[in-house]
Design a binder for this molecule. Sequence first.
Ligand SMILES: NC(=O)c1ccc[n+]([C@@H]2O[C@H](COP(=O)([O-])OP(=O)(O)OC[C@H]3O[C@@H](n4cnc5c(N)ncnc54)[C@H](O)[C@@H]3O)[C@@H](O)[C@H]2O)c1
Length: 315
Amino acid sequence: MSKKQPIGTVGLGLMGSSIATCILAAGHPVISLVRTMEHAEAARHRILGYLEELMQEGLLQEDPAMVLKRHVITDDVSLLKGHEVVIESIIENVAEKKAVYAKLESVLSPTAVIGSNTSAIPVSILQDGMQYPERMLGIHWAEPAHITRFMEVICGNRSDLSYAQIILTLAESWGKEPSLLKKDIRGFITNRIMYAMLREAFHLVEKGYATVEDVDRSLRNDLGYWITFAGPFRFMDLTGIPAYLTVMKDLFPDLDNSTAAPALMQRVVGDGALGVSNAKGFYPYTPESAEEWEKSFIEFSYDIRKLALKYSKKI
Ligand SMILES: NC(=O)c1ccc[n+]([C@@H]2O[C@H](COP(=O)([O-])OP(=O)(O)OC[C@H]3O[C@@H](n4cnc5c(N)ncnc54)[C@H](O)[C@@H]3O)[C@@H](O)[C@H]2O)c1
């Protein structure tokens, strides 16, 4: 494998670990900046597990232990000096993220790209106060980041598009099929659309039209059936456009447009439910069944990736 440019990452939580895995597996040396070295060994172990999984799936040809030799975990920001791309994936907190960018700007060259894996903070807000805001981008991954082909590259008000082009090219070499957001908007593409869907899903449940199980079942078997293949605009092309206009005219005024978070959501979170990670969610779990769901999700992620790749090459 030819020598690839070193990439920096910041944060090795859930997403930071799978992002580092993806970039390591693509052949780059990676330096990951962490706040303290306390959890470094656990992160290394997690990343080794992901790399082994990639090898078993035929997506990695190198020995995972050798790949891991290209990975340095450090709490010393000066090791990132000379890096041209650094991707931050720490907790979703503006002040914490900005403190990280100030540290990065103290060692990076003015033309080094800084990307944030923020889920929904507008990139323009993250650019405020930066010395060189034009090199700041959103680089939005989806979990599990070492498997999915998703990435959104987002320009803030002051981002220079040429930096986004650098990341789009790199992302393709990492096995991604990235989308570009030329203008900043809260929630970007998928989160805006997913949250519009979540609002309506809660509305149907809270108003007693359908159960959680029935909402899930319908979406899995309709939208879930075609969306990896087509996306919403292609799907309208495939199924006949005018009928959608008729439905839009009747249905849009009827859709939920409340701005408060749903009461059911507040209750579930208030009860301490984290989801499968603590076996407490919208569905009942035992620790075993929660683990089984997590395992199945990973297996499914590899399967659907294969299916998506098969059909994306066809036409
Ligand atoms: N979880 C997802 O599915 C998902 C999807 C897309 C985007 N994101 C975004 O990715 C980011 C990380 O999310 P996550 O799910 O990995 O969270 P997480 O809580 O698993 O990990 C956050 C990590 O950041 C570390 N951290 C906090 N402050 C730090 C600092 N100053 N320097 C270095 N490390 C620091 C924490 O120790 C922790 O390990 C967030 O911005 C989140 O919104 C998450």
